[in-house]
Design a protein around this ligand. Structure first.
Ligand SMILES: [Zn+2]
Length: 67
């Protein structure tokens, strides 16, 4: 499993990937386990791909798959 990147703001390793779209059972399960943050259904080019649980910072660029 890939390691989460550190927060660029506070340096915390307590970071989560942000999942977008309508959350399916897998996403809800990951959210309950604290492995994923739900970003909501709306995604734009500016949507971040990571968030920090410690300082609530969010960063990164979420890549929208266009296939
Ligand atoms: Zn942080």
């Amino acid at each position: 499993m890939k390691e989460n990147p550190k927060c660029p703001k506070c340096g915390s390793e307590n970071t989560l990937p942000i999942g977008y779209g309508y959350p399916g059972p897998g996403m809800v399960e990951a959210y309950r386990k604290g492995e994923l943050e739900l970003g909501g259904c709306c995604i734009s080019e500016d949507s971040p791909s990571w968030c920090c649980k410690d300082c609530k910072n969010s960063w990164g660029k979420f890549s929208i798959r266009s296939d």
